[in-house]
Design a protein around this ligand. Structure first.
Ligand code: SAM
Ligand code: SF4
Length: 365
């Protein structure tokens, strides 16, 4: 067993309003375990890593990026070797599930190398993608590199609305073809993520539920969070999970099934008529699920972000570049996770008061 390796408290970086942050920052000097499971001071065991391999994206979704989005300089982004090293250290800390994300992870030139290096280390390796670069060849290559399953974001099946939301020339047909390629390549169970915006694409929920039935997959409706770069978020723009389920039920009656695991964010509903497939809701705005949270994120520029909705981050990049050992990296991770905030409700109140932090694409969804 390793002895205590954690001697240097890490600097804490805060994004957004310091007045809000000062109410949520835990005691950075709090002692944390140096062995055993990766655990926070509220007793939550962290088992899921979301690793953002790039902040770059070929879409400009209205709820995520600005049309003229600016991305990190290459030198500020973790290199492929650094990403792999971070993944390895998390694996030895007992992380079971890795989700590769971004930005758009499929635009990373070394995606295959990253997947090949990390997939043997985790029980489950998944990737969230906008599906624009998914076809038979890429799906097979990702599968061969060890990717187990994909979640594909599709916010509308209506061609015009799809392009209006994604602000991209890629068509919904193209992404649907990619989705079928992923199913054929065995990257399942394939899931679909949808973000509904009030008055924009909320009418599309039944059509997306029909897709779930047709292809026997899970379509997950995520409530719009105040993590957009354009600053369009307000409570009025959020379509609550309750509203989404009511809207779908008018067309396809649903019955509540619940969460697959207590730490799953998605609450699943099945179709009353016994059709295959399901719809799920992820409701961080209307029903925060912080008490069961098992996740930690690493941003593309190398910050540990224990909570999506609070602004505290701990830097890893310097440690990766200054000759620090893996034990020191492990210490930094343990420290950041130990100091994970109780929950993200404060970020939501920050959004109400106009204080904003990093965006979803910068954090890694
Ligand atoms: N580019 C990939 C994609 O879109 O699937 C992966 C990264 S994206 C940041 C991950 C997920 O976050 C997507 O399903 C996207 O719809 C969701 N997302 C982005 N911004 C969001 C926001 N402000 N609120 C809720 N979900 C958001
Ligand atoms: Fe890109 Fe995904 Fe953000 Fe859309 S949600 S802009 S695809 S990172």
């Amino acid at each position: 067993m390793r002895t205590s390796i954690c001697t240097t408290p890490l600097p804490l970086k805060l994004f957004g309003s310091t007045s809000v942050a000062s109410t949520v920052v835990p005691d950075a000097a709090a002692p944390h375990p140096t062995t055993g499971a990766l655990i926070d001071r509220f007793g939550r065991v962290v088992r899921d890593l979301r690793l953002s391999i790039t902040d770059r994206c070929n879409f400009r979704c209205t709820y995520c990026l600005t049309p003229d989005a600016r991305f990190l300089a290459t030198s500020d982004r973790l290199s492929t070797a650094e990403l792999i090293r971070v993944g390895r250290v998390f694996a030895r800390l007992g992380i079971e599930r890795l989700r590769v994300t971004g930005g758009e992870p499929s635009v990373h030139p070394d995606l295959i190398e990253i997947l090949s290096a990390l997939s043997p280390l985790f029980h489950d390796v998944s990737m969230t993608t906008n599906g624009s670069l998914l076809d038979d060849d890429s799906a097979r290559a990702w599968k061969a590199a060890g990717l187990r399953r994909v979640t594909i974001s599709i916010d509308s099946l209506d061609p015009a609305r799809f392009q209006a939301v994604t602000r991209s020339n890629v068509t919904s047909e193209r992404v649907l073809a990619g989705l079928r390629a992923a199913i054929n390549a065995g990257l399942g169970p394939v899931k679909v993520n949808s973000v509904l915006l009030a008055g924009v694409n909320d009418a599309d929920a039944p059509a997306l539920a029909a897709l779930a039935r047709e292809l026997a997959l899970e379509v997950r409706f995520i409530e719009f969070m105040p993590l957009d770069a354009d600053g369009i978020w307000s409570h009025d723009t959020v379509v609550s999970s309750e509203r989404t389920i009511l809207g779908i039920s008018k067309v396809f009656p649903l019955v509540l099934e619940g969460r697959d695991r207590p730490d799953r964010t998605a609450v699943r509903y099945r179709f009353v008529d016994g059709a295959e497939g399901s719809v799920s809701t992820i409701a961080p705005v209307s029903t925060p699920f912080c008490a069961e949270c098992s996740r930690v994120r690493v941003t593309a520029d190398g910050f540990i972000r224990p909570c999506l909705l609070t602004n505290a981050e701990w830097p890893l990049r310097e440690l990766l570049r200054d000759g620090s050992s893996d034990d020191a990296i492990e210490c930094a991770i343990r420290h950041a996770v130990w100091n994970k905030d109780a929950g993200g409700a404060l970020r939501l109140s920050a959004a109400r008061s106009g204080a904003r932090g990093r965006t979803m694409s910068a954090i890694g969804g």
